[in-house]
Write a protein that binds this ligand. Structure first.
Ligand code: ATP
Length: 324
């Protein structure tokens, strides 16, 4: 039995990710298709607290599926962590007549959605982060685009490293998680991938491997360091000291967050945004939308964030085998 809802809100929060716009589009278009009006809340929860809102109709989101970033802007809003800020946000949501709110962001943003749900604002989280670190979901929107951006940059680095017979030490994003580093490392043929989730024997897995690869005729090396591991310059210095090979550091940084989203991100964003509106129509609150075994589903936010997700161990083992 679908609940009659008349108006919903959509906001993007936390770090931006390619595909957030595609979520906004899917939410607005799905709502519009069912005769529900939609408000865009700008700058994350700050916009809810300060009333920074715009009306969004089906035509307002034309063309944004192909654009990186988020047309609603994003922000981190410390006021949401206070009782006053949260109360103000919930009061404004009621005042605006919101029957539901879709929040696209990471786990911090879902805590905000949970807090609002407890205050009577039905809120649904959609995972939008390049880190793929939402534990209840196999996939987060932006991950594939970020991997592809990293690969394009590393392919260019490879050309210059090969010419000078150097080692390239590349730091990729991911915060405390190594999912991005692992996929990027496999896709660029890295000699070694340093991940926060896995201990590594530096001498055996990097130094000895580089020496052996050099004897086998390898002229250059790529080492991927996840940002959660530590300082990429320290890694380069240790490599240089141990092998004599010139090791240069590149920190890819925020470039990984930009660019037009890939097909995968556009499709996942569209499916997840659609799902979020459908469950709001069914009366859901305090849920996080997830991908599990290529199905779109949802969990209670508390339950979803308490789950665990490890790295793809099979991929990790494959990466070690083929990097000779
Ligand atoms: P990313 O993965 O990119 O860091 P995130 O959503 O985890 O994204 P955070 O900075 O942790 O990013 O959270 C985004 C915003 O969510 C915060 O600035 C704050 O406004 C809100 N938020 C976070 N935690 C809570 C909480 N416990 N209660 C209410 N709101 C919260």
């Amino acid at each position: 039995m679908e609940k009659q809802i008349k108006r919903i809100g959509i906001l993007t929060s936390g770090g931006d990710a390619p595909g957030m716009n595609a979520v906004v589009r899917a939410v607005v278009r799905t709502a519009s298709a069912y005769g529900i009006s939609c408000l865009g809340i700008r700058r994350g929860y700050s916009g809810l607290i300060n009333g920074d809102i715009i009306e969004l109709g089906a035509r307002s989101v034309d063309g944004i599926i192909a654009k990186g970033g988020t047309m609603l802007y994003t922000a981190r809003c410390l006021e949401m962590l206070t009782d006053d800020g949260l109360t103000q946000a919930a009061n404004n949501a009621h005042y605006m007549g919101l029957d539901g709110l879709v929040v696209c962001g990471g786990d911090g943003s879902f805590r905000g959605a949970q807090a609002l749900s407890r205050k009577g604002v039905p809120a649904i989280g959609v995972p939008g982060t390049i880190d793929n670190d939402i534990v209840c979901s196999d996939y987060t929107i932006g991950f594939d685009s970020a991997c592809n951006t990293a690969i394009q940059a590393i392919d260019k680095l490879r050309d210059t490293m090969q010419s000078h017979e150097r080692c390239s030490v590349v730091e990729v994003m991911g915060r405390r998680a190594g999912h991005l580093a692992l996929d990027v490392g496999v896709a660029c043929g890295a000699t070694a991938i340093l991940l926060p989730e896995r201990e590594i024997d530096f001498e055996k897995s990097i130094v000895e491997k580089m020496r052996a690869n050099r004897i086998r005729g390898r002229k250059h090396h790529i080492i991927i360091v996840a940002e959660g591991v530590g300082n990429a310059q320290d890694v380069a210095d240790r490599i240089h000291t141990a092998t004599g090979i010139d090791a240069r550091v590149t920190i890819l940084g925020h470039i990984q967050r930009g660019g037009s989203p890939t097909v995968r991100d556009r499709v996942m964003a569209t499916r997840m945004g659609y799902h979020a509106v459908k469950i709001l129509m069914e009366g859901a609150s305090n849920r996080v939308v997830c991908a599990r075994n290529n199905q779109i589903t949802d969990y209670d936010i508390e339950e979803g964030l308490a789950m665990s997700k490890d790295l793809n161990q099979e991929l990790y083992e494959v990466s070690q085998t083929v990097s000779i």
